[in-house]
Design a protein around this ligand. Sequence first.
Ligand code: NAD
Length: 281
Amino acid sequence: MLSGVALITGAGGCGIGSAISRTFAKSGISKLILTDINEKTLKQTINLIKTNDNDNNNNNDNKIEILALNGDISDTKFIDYLFNEIKLKFGRLDYAINNAGISGNNQSTDKSNLNDFDKITNINFRSLWYCSKKELEIMKNQEFKNPTNERKQRGSIINIASQLGIVGRPDAPIYCASKSAVIGLTRCDAIDASPYQIRVNAICPGIIHTPMTDNSLRPTLAAGTKDMQKPMDLTESVNIAPMKRMGTPEEIADVVAFLSSEKASFVQGASWVVDGGYTIN
Ligand SMILES: NC(=O)c1ccc[n+]([C@@H]2O[C@H](COP(=O)([O-])OP(=O)(O)OC[C@H]3O[C@@H](n4cnc5c(N)ncnc54)[C@H](O)[C@@H]3O)[C@@H](O)[C@H]2O)c1
């Protein structure tokens, strides 16, 4: 379904970014750029891809080239370095998945402070905007991969927003606003990128079983680190969705792969909810 070069941010561990990386690796991609702040969990994702690759390609054909760079996506110097490496090593970018994000501080506006605001919005929105800028600069200046295909695209960007970018919930104003901002950015970038046959869309996951929602899956925090993101009991929230269960990271990854592909060639500026019906209820 896919071919060429793909970038996935927040690719470490066992969350949505890792599932997207593994799904892309199985979908025909030849070059993957994976990045995460956590070097250890980034290696876990790479090991999973390699194990799967070996299982499926015993003759060592069709191996995927992986460029893994760990760093803080809210640091613009790291983003400059990341995109310089992409240009140097691969010279093009067919798919970008802006997935890195953190959950909120579980506080109302009056109880939140500026540090929480800056941290959440810097990672969830400011860095995503800066990555989008770099992705669009590369994509606008590259040739079509399949110039004769009538559904040809120069590139595709998927931003991972949230159902909480569409609806609110108690004690999540900063997180919800950061994800609404991602949806707004997606629409505007899609308008400006359309003349270049670049598609920009968002996915709004519902409650997905990842380290963000399940304490038992979380990597150990460094000693003395403030645990701003400790997941709450989500039973009540899960039951708001008519399907009454959490989604899996793979269920998000499959939609991301489809939406990135030329099969979704007429989907532009959309924010697809993948939420078991949470937002319709
Ligand atoms: N899990 C859910 O229920 C849910 C719902 C809606 C949206 N989302 C969104 O999906 C995306 C992935 O979340 P997830 O649930 O897989 O959680 P996760 O914690 O497993 O994944 C997030 C990844 O981003 C990385 N990351 C965090 N801060 C970073 C930084 N400063 N620089 C680089 N990498 C950083 C983490 O190390 C982690 O690997 C996020 O944007 C999140 O807001 C998740």
